[in-house]
Write a protein that binds this ligand. Structure first.
Ligand SMILES: Cc1ncc(COP(=O)(O)O)c(C=O)c1O
Length: 440
């Protein structure tokens, strides 16, 4: 149904230029498979899988059915000191997908909540082990870890932090980003250059004392900042330094989890074992909000002492393990298994890389980056107006070319479906080239 223009005002939209949007609203009213339907009844091809969420396509009949059934059977059950059947089953299914040793999942409602939960678990873990001095948290420049106070503090996206600068949580430091166009531009997959940047963590251990650091959090492949794959050997080196100093390594896999990098988790794909993995998005294919924090057994076990009747972690959400979200998650896990979604994604990587890198010699393009089914084409910024070209591409693709992409400033970002059809991509990239060719 079309939204009356006088209806637009009340909604303060997230991460949106509200005034600009309300002059030319882009409103979706339906979705099926790989397409959205707009309020004007037009079909748009979704080249972003929702917001990195909907890898197996929109309104997948199995998930729709599972949600409909669950909501009629058990809409909600209290989750503290009592729980519902579906949440246990989903925790087990997710742990089975995770790397060995991750047998426990703590449920949240979003990626931001997963991140803040993971940071709290890391701090409480050290305390429970008698290492209460480990209070420092380390993030990375350009990292995105959601929008809650913990997440923006360890995050490194400047506009998300500036207004809150004096109130970010204390005791946080950042290692450097691994992107440096002089050395990494047009890398296919992991850049060869940049492993040494992991040593920035060693520098912070020297500065603060490694024994004071609780955890390091990174996205294995950074997404929201505009796709940055880890340099070859970089994640391995981070792991080594964490081991040397007893620091927990957290992989924020809110985007990279559940097939986006051609495996269940980036930890598996890169063969680097973190201590904690944060997830959301693909956990339910985006259908019902839900996140999960997966922890290695030694972390869960560290909490399981003291009187049996005592709560071990004073943390949780009203909707942790929500039965309808869990039902969506279970159906999603079934689909991943039955359709072989992670293998499908792996097979699409090669052609995706080729199509992206066909833009490498375009005069307006200064970098092309990709890993798995995450891709970015960075345009040179327009003189005095960084981000303007990116936004224009997003809007023209929506209005004129009828497909959905996102821009991170001047990086045009792609997050195609795990079960995409190659023949759908060709016209998308052709039309994108037309937009880039014909813009100022
Ligand atoms: C790596 C990462 N962490 C955390 C988040 C926050 O997730 P949410 O928007 O569900 O709170 C995101 C969202 O894109 C993300 O990409």
């Amino acid at each position: 149904m079309a939204v009356a223009r006088e209806e637009l005002e009340s909604y303060w939209m997230p991460f949106t230029a509200n005034r600009d949007f309300k002059k030319s609203p882009r409103i979706i009213t339906g979705a099926k498979g790989h397409h959205y339907t707009t309020e004007g009844g037009e079909k748009l091809y979704d080249m972003f899988s929702g917001l990195w969420t909907s890898g197996v396509g929109h309104c997948h009949p199995k998930i729709v059915e599972a949600v409909q059934k669950q909501v009629a059977e058990l809409d909600y059950a209290i989750g503290f000191q009592v729980s519902n059947d579906k949440s246990f089953e989903l925790a087990r299914r997710v742990s089975e997908l995770a790397p060995d040793g991750f047998s426990h999942a703590f449920f949240t409602n979003s990626g931001s909540e997963s991140v803040d939960t993971a940071l709290k678990i890391a701090l409480a873990y050290h305390r429970s082990k008698g290492e209460g001095t480990r209070t420092r948290l380390i993030g990375r420049e350009r990292g995105y870890h959601g929008v809650n106070f913990g997440g923006i503090s360890v995050g490194g996206i400047v506009p998300n932090r500036v207004a809150f600068s004096a109130n970010l949580i204390p005791g946080v430091d950042h290692i450097r980003t691994t992107i440096d166009l002089e050395n990494t531009a047009f890398s296919r997959g992991q850049p060869e250059w940049g492993m040494h940047l992991a040593d920035d963590l060693e520098r912070l251990c020297t500065l603060h004392g490694g024994a004071n650091i609780a955890a390091v959090i990174v996205e294995p492949v950074a997404g929201s900042t505009g796709i940055i794959a880890p340099p070859v050997g970089y994640l391995e080196r981070l792991r080594e330094i964490c081991d040397r100093h007893g620091i927990l390594l957290i992989f924020d896999e809110v985007i990279t989890g559940f097939g986006r990098v051609g495996a269940a988790f980036a930890a598996e794909r890169f063969n680097v074992q973190p201590d904690i993995i944060t997830t959301a998005k693909g956990l339910t294919n985006g259908v019902i909000p839900m996140g999960a924090v997966l922890v290695q057994d030694h972390i869960y076990d560290a909490f399981m002492h003291g009187p049996e009747g005592a709560i071990e972690l004073f943390h949780g959400y009203t909707y942790s393990g929500h039965p309808v979200a869990a039902a969506a998650g279970l159906a999603t896990m079934d689909i991943y298994q039955e359709e072989g979604s992670f293998d499908q994604a792996r097979e699409l990587e090669g052609p995706f890389e080729e199509m992206l890198h066909s833009f490498a010699d375009h005069p307006k393009v200064i970098d092309v980056r990709n890993y798995g089914l995450m891709g970015g084409i960075e345009l040179a910024a327009r003189e005095g107006a960084p981000g303007a070209r990116g936004l224009e591409v997003h809007k023209r693709c929506y209005w004129e070319e009828k497909f959905m992409i996102r821009n991170a400033m001047d990086v045009i970002c792609f997050s195609p479906f795990l079960n995409s059809k190659l023949e759908d991509w060709e016209p998308v990239f052709e039309r994108l080239r037309h937009v880039i060719d014909t813009m100022e």
